[in-house]
Design a protein around this ligand. Sequence first.
Ligand code: F6R
Ligand code: MG
Ligand code: MG
Length: 367
Amino acid sequence: MRITLSIIKADVGSIGGHVTPSREMLDRIAEMVGAVKGSLVLDFYLGSTGDDISILFTHREGVNSERIHKLGFDAFMAATKVAKDQGLYGAGQDLLKDAFAGNVRGMGPAVAEMEIDERPGEPFVMFMADKTDPGAYNLPLYLSFADPMHCPGLMLSPSLSRGFRFTIMDQNYTKGDRLIELHSPQDQYDLAALLRDNQRFSIESVHTHDGQIAAAVSTTRLHNIAGKYTGKDDPVALVRAQGNFPATGEILSPYSIGHFVAGCMRGSHVMPLMPVKRNSPISYFDGPPVVSALGFCVREGKLSGPVDLFDHPFWDHIRDNVARKSVEMRQQGFSGAAMLPYDELEYGGIVEKMKVLDTRFKVREDK
Ligand code: F6R
Ligand code: MG
Ligand code: MG
């Protein structure tokens, strides 16, 4: 069966700061989406990571479906109302427009979608990250799809050995979608040259050599849409697993690094990415940046799962290591590598401060 997997995610309010949404908000969304299960929507899953709620829909409407996007938008509007009634913080934060206008992209919520022909067994992983931006997936996806150090399938499996096609978006370009396609292994060094810059370039999708979609990432940049700080983009991703795609373990392997990403406190720091269990809140220094991974299978649109892929004793050790890296980075406070470069700082206040300070500089007169 040809089906579409769509994740629509938004932060529309949370308890105790930018920490976690309320049960009542999730219930309201479940009620709204549940009402069209079996008609518009084949199946759905609802979960949170940090202060973001993600809705995973299975349906037959294709990607960029106005009906599915509207359902997601309306569900988040309804959850916003609940959040307001409960006095939650940042109610409606990611809904940058009041009325739906055909496509939820560009309205605040993040979207990752793929249309697939279901294989007889169709496993995939749903990633949800909070307190970071889409570039956080650059390194893990590169390592899973292009590096035999993490994906031995690239050496051992004839189909994976044929490599993958990466579609990469230039996040600095705001007039439209500026994209480039690169192939691994042929373009390996070019790929690395772009993907090292997580703030400017981010992977939007990965395809097999024969054009099957393998991974899709939400690449919305909230501050590009809103023109000002509204929160980090907190990206979601879908990655197909097994067979002609990397094995689930090859997809998870790079998250053992706890690589440093942009985000955490006030979206303005550099901190390591911690793999966490499903529905985890955030904590230390409004972070650390977190990512959850849920494994599903889908048959005629019906979901089995999720299995919580970071809920295993192995990841406790990784979490300890990420906590240690976080504290070490925080010891240098605002200095140098601990904070993002000037144009990535997500509060405008520093711009004003710099303008004032600039007028106080004097060029010393030569003797
Ligand atoms: C980062 C984030 C938080 C807030 C911080 C201040 O993405 O969501 O770190 O930036 O808690 O929030 P406000 O300005 O809402 O008080
Ligand atoms: Mg928030
Ligand atoms: Mg968030």
